[in-house]
Design a protein around this ligand. Structure first.
Ligand code: G3I
Length: 376
């Protein structure tokens, strides 16, 4: 082989490998000058964020501020079980590995969310192939597999998410194929399966709109029913998807006090403050078209309102820190928020403490200021 050709041939692998090295060159580590939320609140409650195996700048922000993490989507039934014979563990494993490597408490989210089941499950219910007994057996197998896989590293689970109906009507459970087929039995058996799979785990029930008395009454009815059936629930997740135009802090305080008085520690599990007005709740099926055009940059006036809103919220949470075990933000920074696609797809939202450049917003500094106030 002529030397020139040999050099080219040899050269190619070197060039190629250089590309790989350059491409894989990690970003310079981000230095965070701002105080860490987990530190300023460490005497009160855990600070969490939701993410699926966050990368670089988001990972850095999460590591700096949080001591808990909730996988946003990777541990859901439809992610893990896209089809009957496929278990897709890769996404969840990467998040658990990231959390373990960074000493983050992991909240397994969520073992059963019947409103967002894999399409194949709903198809089998519709065809009659899946009857109640088979559905409950499928649920038990799912919980055994998932809790069993992460037993040593995930010690808190959102066992059932959003089982309850909304509104003033007589309905108890939210209607969807799974709950219509199984009734409240699926909630009872989900907690029983999770308890069998890991007797030491902290098992939570998680829902939105618990600030509304009618939905909270359903929650207390469900908890009493579970207690009658000998099922221990270790805490309740109030999701906390709030709106700047109607924060409902008095209602949130009533919910925290009443749920705790019923014997359940409270977790604020999915906190964000939507800067646009929308209907109530976090029902992901309701995608409104149109709505506000949205802001690429949040106007000064709304930044100030958002800061005041987060300040008042954290003042309330510190006041009830004896009842609140954890405060988890849903997502890490504005750029990663689910609200950039709900209820209006692609409308930029600004619901969190950090902007799209992962920089602290005025709301962050107001929360820090509140954390340093003397406790009332
Ligand atoms: O990953 C697929 C992608 O491959 C595909 O091209 C794309 C097409 O739309 O969909 C992608 O999946 C999306 C998934 O998020 C991952 O981004 C789903 O469509 C979308 O429905 C899903 O939305 C998630 C939603 O739960 C439903 O699972 C949101 O990110 C997540 O923030 C949201 O979180 C829920 C909590 O789990 C429970 N409480 C309410 C909260 C907000 O809805």
């Amino acid at each position: 082989m002529k030397p020139s050709l040999k050099i080219i041939v040899i050269g190619l692998p070197i060039l190629f490998s250089m590309d790989l090295i350059l491409a894989a060159k990690p970003e310079a580590p981000v230095v965070h000058a701002e105080p860490a939320l987990k530190d300023v609140f460490k005497k009160h409650f855990l600070i969490g964020m939701s993410a699926d195996h966050p990368q670089q700048r988001r990972a850095s922000l999460l590591r700096h501020h949080a001591n808990a993490i909730t996988p946003e989507n990777g541990m859901k039934f439809y992610s893990l079980r896209p089809s009957p014979d496929v278990w897709n563990w890769e996404k969840a494993d990467r998040t658990v590995d990231f959390a373990t490597a960074n000493d983050l408490k992991i909240v397994g989210h969520t073992l059963v969310w019947c409103y967002r089941m894999s399409p194949w499950v709903n198809e089998r219910i519709a065809s009659g192939e899946l009857d109640k007994a088979a559905a409950l057996a499928l649920q038990d197998e799912h919980i055994r597999q998932v809790v069993g896989r992460y037993k040593d590293r995930v010690k808190t689970w959102d066992v059932v998410n959003e089982a309850l109906a909304d509104g003033p009507g007589p309905e108890f459970l939210r209607s969807d194929p799974w709950s219509d087929l199984c009734g409240v039995e699926y909630v009872v058996e989900a907690f029983q399966s999770a308890r069998r799979a890991d007797p030491e785990a902290k098992l939570l029930y998680n829902d939105y709109n618990l600030e509304f008395p009618d939905k909270r009454a359903r929650l207390l009815r469900l908890l009493a029913l579970l207690e009658e059936r000998g099922v221990r629930v270790d805490g309740v997740g109030i999701q906390g998807h709030m709106q700047l135009s109607r924060l409902r802090l008095a209602e949130l305080e009533a919910a925290i006090v009443e749920i705790h008085a019923a014997g359940y520690p409270v977790h604020l599990t999915e906190l964000d403050i939507d800067v646009y007005s929308r209907g109530e709740g976090a029902d992901v099926q309701r995608i409104e078209t149109g709505g506000d055009a949205g802001y690429a940059e949040l106007p000064e006036e709304l930044q100030t309102q958002l800061a005041a809103g987060y300040g008042a919220l954290f003042r309330l949470l510190v006041k009830h820190a004896d009842k609140v075990e954890r405060v988890t933000f849903w997502n890490v920074d504005d750029g990663s928020s689910w609200l950039n696609n709900w209820p209006v797809k692609g409308r930029e939202n600004h619901p969190l403490l950090f902007d799209r450049a992962q920089q602290p917003k005025p709301a962050f500094w107001e929360v820090i200021r509140v954390a340093k106030e003397p406790i009332p």
